[in-house]
Write a protein that binds this ligand. Structure first.
Ligand SMILES: Nc1ncnc2c1ncn2[C@@H]1O[C@H](COP(=O)(O)OP(=O)(O)OP(=O)(O)O)[C@@H](O)[C@H]1O
Ligand SMILES: [Mg+2]
Length: 223
Protein backbone atom coordinates (compact mmCIF):
# COMPACT_ATOMS: atom_id res chain seq x y z
CA UNK A 1 0.00 0.00 0.00
CA UNK A 2 1.24 3.49 -0.85
CA UNK A 3 0.12 6.58 1.00
CA UNK A 4 0.16 9.96 -0.73
CA UNK A 5 -0.39 13.08 1.36
CA UNK A 6 -1.71 16.14 -0.48
CA UNK A 7 -0.56 19.13 1.51
CA UNK A 8 0.00 22.86 1.18
CA UNK A 9 -0.31 25.44 3.88
CA UNK A 10 -2.02 27.97 1.58
CA UNK A 11 -5.77 27.56 1.18
CA UNK A 12 -7.59 27.19 -2.11
CA UNK A 13 -4.67 25.88 -4.18
CA UNK A 14 -6.45 22.69 -5.25
CA UNK A 15 -5.55 20.15 -2.53
CA UNK A 16 -9.02 18.65 -2.30
CA UNK A 17 -9.60 18.81 -6.03
CA UNK A 18 -6.26 17.08 -6.75
CA UNK A 19 -7.02 14.40 -4.16
CA UNK A 20 -10.39 13.68 -5.75
CA UNK A 21 -9.19 13.74 -9.35
CA UNK A 22 -6.23 11.44 -8.71
CA UNK A 23 -8.25 9.09 -6.51
CA UNK A 24 -10.85 8.64 -9.25
CA UNK A 25 -8.14 8.07 -11.88
CA UNK A 26 -6.61 5.39 -9.63
CA UNK A 27 -9.99 3.78 -8.91
CA UNK A 28 -10.84 3.60 -12.60
CA UNK A 29 -7.65 1.60 -13.12
CA UNK A 30 -8.99 -0.99 -10.72
CA UNK A 31 -6.81 -0.03 -7.78
CA UNK A 32 -8.32 -0.26 -4.31
CA UNK A 33 -8.31 3.35 -3.20
CA UNK A 34 -9.06 5.00 0.11
CA UNK A 35 -9.34 8.76 0.49
CA UNK A 36 -8.85 10.17 3.95
CA UNK A 37 -10.22 13.66 4.51
CA UNK A 38 -8.43 15.30 7.44
CA UNK A 39 -9.96 18.74 6.92
CA UNK A 40 -12.66 19.48 9.50
CA UNK A 41 -14.62 21.22 6.72
CA UNK A 42 -14.97 17.73 5.21
CA UNK A 43 -15.41 19.04 1.67
CA UNK A 44 -14.10 15.81 0.19
CA UNK A 45 -16.51 13.78 2.32
CA UNK A 46 -19.31 16.04 1.01
CA UNK A 47 -18.11 15.51 -2.58
CA UNK A 48 -18.23 11.78 -1.99
CA UNK A 49 -21.79 12.02 -0.66
CA UNK A 50 -22.85 13.93 -3.80
CA UNK A 51 -21.12 11.29 -5.85
CA UNK A 52 -23.33 8.36 -4.89
CA UNK A 53 -20.71 5.86 -6.03
CA UNK A 54 -18.97 3.12 -4.11
CA UNK A 55 -15.48 4.10 -5.16
CA UNK A 56 -13.26 5.63 -4.13
CA UNK A 57 -14.05 5.11 -0.49
CA UNK A 58 -13.82 8.40 1.42
CA UNK A 59 -13.47 8.62 5.17
CA UNK A 60 -12.92 11.48 7.59
CA UNK A 61 -10.10 11.07 10.09
CA UNK A 62 -8.54 13.02 12.87
CA UNK A 63 -4.84 12.85 13.53
CA UNK A 64 -5.48 10.48 16.45
CA UNK A 65 -7.41 7.96 14.35
CA UNK A 66 -5.07 8.05 11.35
CA UNK A 67 -2.64 5.23 12.27
CA UNK A 68 -5.48 2.79 13.00
CA UNK A 69 -7.31 3.67 9.76
CA UNK A 70 -4.13 3.19 7.74
CA UNK A 71 -3.46 -0.14 9.39
CA UNK A 72 -6.99 -1.31 8.61
CA UNK A 73 -6.64 -0.14 5.02
CA UNK A 74 -3.38 -2.04 4.63
CA UNK A 75 -4.85 -5.20 6.19
CA UNK A 76 -7.85 -4.91 3.86
CA UNK A 77 -5.62 -4.92 0.77
CA UNK A 78 -5.89 -1.25 -0.08
CA UNK A 79 -3.46 -0.23 -2.86
CA UNK A 80 -3.36 3.54 -2.55
CA UNK A 81 -4.40 5.99 0.15
CA UNK A 82 -4.74 9.70 -0.60
CA UNK A 83 -4.83 12.05 2.37
CA UNK A 84 -6.48 15.45 1.86
CA UNK A 85 -5.26 17.92 4.47
CA UNK A 86 -6.51 21.25 5.80
CA UNK A 87 -4.96 24.64 4.99
CA UNK A 88 -2.99 26.79 7.44
CA UNK A 89 -0.90 25.41 10.28
CA UNK A 90 -2.49 22.31 11.65
CA UNK A 91 -1.62 19.20 13.56
CA UNK A 92 -3.28 17.11 10.84
CA UNK A 93 -0.82 18.00 8.08
CA UNK A 94 2.35 16.90 9.91
CA UNK A 95 0.57 13.66 10.86
CA UNK A 96 -0.41 13.07 7.23
CA UNK A 97 3.12 13.81 6.01
CA UNK A 98 4.61 11.47 8.63
CA UNK A 99 2.28 8.69 7.51
CA UNK A 100 2.93 9.24 3.80
CA UNK A 101 5.30 7.61 1.34
CA UNK A 102 5.18 10.74 -0.81
CA UNK A 103 3.90 14.29 -0.47
CA UNK A 104 2.16 16.16 -3.28
CA UNK A 105 2.21 19.93 -2.87
CA UNK A 106 -0.34 21.69 -5.07
CA UNK A 107 0.61 25.28 -5.81
CA UNK A 108 -1.10 27.92 -7.92
CA UNK A 109 1.07 30.19 -10.11
CA UNK A 110 0.93 33.27 -7.92
CA UNK A 111 3.33 34.95 -5.54
CA UNK A 112 1.25 34.24 -2.41
CA UNK A 113 1.38 30.52 -3.09
CA UNK A 114 5.06 30.56 -4.09
CA UNK A 115 5.86 32.35 -0.82
CA UNK A 116 4.15 29.67 1.24
CA UNK A 117 5.34 26.54 -0.54
CA UNK A 118 8.68 26.57 1.31
CA UNK A 119 6.96 25.76 4.61
CA UNK A 120 5.26 22.68 3.24
CA UNK A 121 8.41 21.63 1.41
CA UNK A 122 10.28 21.92 4.71
CA UNK A 123 7.72 19.77 6.47
CA UNK A 124 8.22 17.01 3.90
CA UNK A 125 12.00 17.37 3.92
CA UNK A 126 12.27 17.21 7.71
CA UNK A 127 10.08 14.11 7.69
CA UNK A 128 12.38 12.62 5.03
CA UNK A 129 9.55 12.20 2.52
CA UNK A 130 9.91 12.62 -1.24
CA UNK A 131 7.82 15.56 -2.40
CA UNK A 132 6.61 16.97 -5.69
CA UNK A 133 5.08 20.35 -6.38
CA UNK A 134 2.02 20.18 -8.61
CA UNK A 135 1.35 23.46 -10.40
CA UNK A 136 -2.41 23.90 -10.53
CA UNK A 137 -4.89 26.28 -12.11
CA UNK A 138 -2.48 27.61 -14.72
CA UNK A 139 -3.69 29.67 -17.67
CA UNK A 140 -4.94 27.21 -20.29
CA UNK A 141 -2.72 28.81 -22.94
CA UNK A 142 0.98 29.37 -22.74
CA UNK A 143 3.84 27.73 -20.89
CA UNK A 144 5.29 30.74 -19.11
CA UNK A 145 3.67 29.98 -15.72
CA UNK A 146 5.02 26.44 -15.84
CA UNK A 147 8.52 27.77 -16.53
CA UNK A 148 8.30 30.29 -13.66
CA UNK A 149 6.95 27.60 -11.31
CA UNK A 150 9.71 25.19 -12.28
CA UNK A 151 12.34 27.85 -11.57
CA UNK A 152 10.88 28.70 -8.15
CA UNK A 153 10.49 25.06 -7.14
CA UNK A 154 14.03 24.31 -8.33
CA UNK A 155 15.34 27.09 -6.06
CA UNK A 156 13.85 25.10 -3.16
CA UNK A 157 15.24 21.84 -4.51
CA UNK A 158 11.65 20.77 -5.00
CA UNK A 159 10.85 18.66 -8.04
CA UNK A 160 7.79 19.53 -10.06
CA UNK A 161 5.35 16.88 -11.19
CA UNK A 162 4.38 17.10 -14.85
CA UNK A 163 2.19 18.14 -16.46
CA UNK A 164 0.91 21.23 -14.68
CA UNK A 165 -2.87 21.44 -14.54
CA UNK A 166 -4.81 24.18 -16.30
CA UNK A 167 -7.71 26.05 -14.77
CA UNK A 168 -10.60 24.56 -16.72
CA UNK A 169 -14.35 24.74 -16.31
CA UNK A 170 -14.60 20.97 -16.72
CA UNK A 171 -13.16 20.49 -13.22
CA UNK A 172 -15.67 22.81 -11.55
CA UNK A 173 -18.64 21.42 -13.48
CA UNK A 174 -17.74 17.87 -12.47
CA UNK A 175 -17.37 18.84 -8.80
CA UNK A 176 -21.02 19.85 -8.63
CA UNK A 177 -22.09 16.29 -9.35
CA UNK A 178 -19.54 14.76 -7.03
CA UNK A 179 -17.54 13.63 -10.04
CA UNK A 180 -14.25 14.49 -11.70
CA UNK A 181 -13.50 15.58 -15.25
CA UNK A 182 -12.13 12.11 -15.94
CA UNK A 183 -15.69 10.83 -15.64
CA UNK A 184 -17.71 13.71 -17.09
CA UNK A 185 -15.46 14.61 -20.05
CA UNK A 186 -13.20 11.58 -20.51
CA UNK A 187 -11.66 12.69 -23.80
CA UNK A 188 -11.17 16.32 -22.80
CA UNK A 189 -8.07 18.25 -21.87
CA UNK A 190 -8.80 18.22 -18.13
CA UNK A 191 -9.05 14.42 -18.12
CA UNK A 192 -5.91 14.06 -20.25
CA UNK A 193 -3.88 16.23 -17.89
CA UNK A 194 -5.04 14.25 -14.87
CA UNK A 195 -4.24 10.95 -16.60
CA UNK A 196 -0.74 12.16 -17.45
CA UNK A 197 -0.15 13.51 -13.94
CA UNK A 198 -1.36 10.26 -12.39
CA UNK A 199 0.99 8.29 -14.67
CA UNK A 200 3.88 10.52 -13.52
CA UNK A 201 3.03 10.08 -9.82
CA UNK A 202 2.49 6.34 -10.14
CA UNK A 203 5.89 5.93 -11.68
CA UNK A 204 7.63 8.06 -9.04
CA UNK A 205 5.76 6.43 -6.14
CA UNK A 206 6.33 2.99 -7.61
CA UNK A 207 2.65 2.16 -7.71
CA UNK A 208 2.06 -0.85 -9.91
CA UNK A 209 -1.17 -1.60 -11.66
CA UNK A 210 -0.86 -5.34 -11.19
CA UNK A 211 -3.57 -4.73 -8.59
CA UNK A 212 -6.15 -4.60 -11.39
CA UNK A 213 -7.18 -8.03 -10.15
CA UNK A 214 -9.23 -6.10 -7.57
CA UNK A 215 -11.33 -4.55 -10.29
CA UNK A 216 -14.89 -3.99 -9.19
CA UNK A 217 -14.21 -4.59 -5.52
CA UNK A 218 -13.61 -1.95 -2.89
CA UNK A 219 -11.39 -2.39 0.12
CA UNK A 220 -13.38 -3.11 3.27
CA UNK A 221 -11.73 -0.58 5.48
CA UNK A 222 -14.66 0.88 7.33
CA UNK A 223 -14.87 0.44 11.06
N1 LIG B 1 -7.62 22.97 -12.37
C1 LIG B 1 -8.72 23.60 -11.92
N2 LIG B 1 -9.55 24.23 -12.79
C2 LIG B 1 -10.65 24.88 -12.35
N3 LIG B 1 -11.01 24.95 -11.06
C3 LIG B 1 -10.23 24.36 -10.15
C4 LIG B 1 -9.05 23.64 -10.53
N4 LIG B 1 -8.48 23.16 -9.40
C5 LIG B 1 -9.26 23.53 -8.38
N5 LIG B 1 -10.31 24.25 -8.82
C6 LIG B 1 -11.34 24.87 -7.99
O1 LIG B 1 -10.70 25.79 -7.11
C7 LIG B 1 -11.32 25.78 -5.85
C8 LIG B 1 -10.30 25.49 -4.76
O2 LIG B 1 -9.86 24.14 -4.90
P1 LIG B 1 -9.76 23.15 -3.66
O3 LIG B 1 -10.98 23.23 -2.80
O4 LIG B 1 -9.37 21.85 -4.18
O5 LIG B 1 -8.55 23.84 -2.86
P2 LIG B 1 -7.97 23.45 -1.43
O6 LIG B 1 -6.50 23.69 -1.50
O7 LIG B 1 -8.42 22.10 -1.03
O8 LIG B 1 -8.68 24.54 -0.51
P3 LIG B 1 -8.69 24.53 1.12
O9 LIG B 1 -7.31 24.91 1.51
O10 LIG B 1 -9.71 25.57 1.46
O11 LIG B 1 -9.06 23.15 1.55
C9 LIG B 1 -12.44 24.76 -5.91
O12 LIG B 1 -13.65 25.41 -6.20
C10 LIG B 1 -12.03 23.87 -7.09
O13 LIG B 1 -13.14 23.29 -7.72
MG1 LIG C 1 -9.45 21.41 0.68
Amino acid sequence: MKTLAVAMQKGGVGKSWLTRSLSVAASLEGLNVLVIDMDSQQSTVAWSERRKAETPLVQFSTERELPAILKRANDAGCDVVFIDTPPARSTETPAAVDAADMVLIPCTPDIEAFEQIARTERLARLAGKPAFAVLTMTQPSGKSEQDIGQEIFASLNLDMALPSIARLKAHRDAAREGKTATETEPGGRAAQEIAALWAFIKERANIGTDAVVHKGKSAKVRK
